[in-house]
Design a protein around this ligand. Structure first.
Ligand code: NAL
Length: 331
């Protein structure tokens, strides 16, 4: 695999291919970043973009993690003091999960977002942006169904952060894509470059395979989960023997979340997967690629129950260091 293929592995969208190819050719000294609204506990959505950051570190990029405390505040996630405190805990969980501490710059949003120059640049972007565009950019990110003025300011700050953190490559889940498109369109108005972006896929709701997995609605997996919690959630997960399930009776698209988690979490971090089975059921199966596992599930060689057993074990191993960190933080 060449550098471009490695950098874009498992991403849903590359903006633009030409720009990412140029970065892949000379990654040294280039900065890639993700911003997160601080929450007390990492969950499987944070971990998906974190996987990409780890791969980018391996490829030679400098990695910046923005702990977006002001953004969380604007999005109604609590008092400023509460959010600040969770930001520190979240940083430690990222390192426990596998981000190389010595190669990662953690930045708190409020450390630069209240500077005079920043605020004036923000107002310049406000002049350039219609309320309806800001609202559309936030539709997949905002909690609650009434858009506030705070939520309209939010995407403009996210755009500006890309400039102030001197970022070459912005990473985010697909729910961030409209904010990034807004940034690409409006930043030139303040003489800044349009950012290059990579968007990671969204994992479907675990129990239905419809829509996206979310901590606020439905079942998610987090570092707070004990192995028994993971087992229970995975056992109830939707897992037909195909990566391309039929839509629901109401016509909603469905995905296979069990396969998605193998593809986007397990294979990128573990490289290969061993499914343990008693000899009377054919013995252990070893997969070196995600595709081989998907093919076996589809052909019936791999039973969904065995796939779920293996997924539970690997997910548990994945979150164990972070879970230990949370235990220490609470003591
Ligand atoms: C991501 C978030 C907040 C601010 C950012 C600034 C620059 C780049 C990325 C950023 C959080 C993100 C979320 N919008 O939904 O968690």
């Amino acid at each position: 695999m060449d550098a471009y293929d490695r950098i874009t592995r498992n991403v849903s969208e590359v903006v633009t291919e030409e720009e990412v190819r140029a970065l892949a050719e000379s990654p040294d000294g280039k900065r890639a970043y993700v911003g997160y609204e601080p929450s007390g506990v990492l969950h499987i959505g944070h971990m998906l973009t974190a996987n990409k950051l780890i791969e980018l570190q391996d490829a030679g990029f400098e990695v910046v993690v923005l702990l977006a405390d002001v953004h969380a505040y604007l999005n109604g996630k609590g008092t400023f003091e509460e959010i600040r405190e969770t930001a520190t805990r979240m940083q430690e969980q990222f390192v426990a999960y596998g981000l190389e501490a010595s190669q990662t710059e953690f930045v708190l949003g409020s450390d630069f977002q209240l500077d005079e120059e920043y605020v004036l640049d923000l107002h310049a972007l406000e002049l350039e942006t219609s309320l309806s565009r800001a609202e559309r950019a936030m539709a997949e990110i905002a909690g609650g169904d009434t858009a506030t003025v705070a939520q309209a300011v939010y995407p403009l700050m996210q755009a500006l952060d890309i400039v102030y953190l001197d970022v070459d490559l912005a990473i985010g889940g697909m729910e961030q894509r409209k904010v990034h498109m807004l940034a690409r369109d409006t930043l030139p108005s303040i003489d800044a470059d349009s950012p290059t972006c990579l968007h990671t896929p969204l994992i479907a709701d675990l129990t239905t395979g419809v829509g996206k997995m979310s901590t606020s609605s439905g079942v998610s997996i987090s570092m707070e989960d004990a192995e028994s919690d993971i087992e229970e959630k995975v056992n109830k997960a939707y897992c037909p023997p195909t990566a391309d399930p039929d839509p629901t009776d109401e016509g909603e698209e469905r995905e296979n979340p069990v396969l998605q988690i193998f593809e986007y979490h397990v294979f990128p971090r573990f490289g290969e997967v061993v499914v343990e089975r008693p000899d009377k059921y054919g013995g252990d199966l070893t997969y070196e690629t995600y595709q081989a596992l998907e093919d076996d599930l589809e052909s019936g060689e791999l039973h969904p129950a065995d796939a779920k057993g293996a997924l539970t074990a690997y997910l548990n191993a994945l979150i164990e260091p972070g879970r230990e960190k949370i235990r220490q933080q609470r003591n």
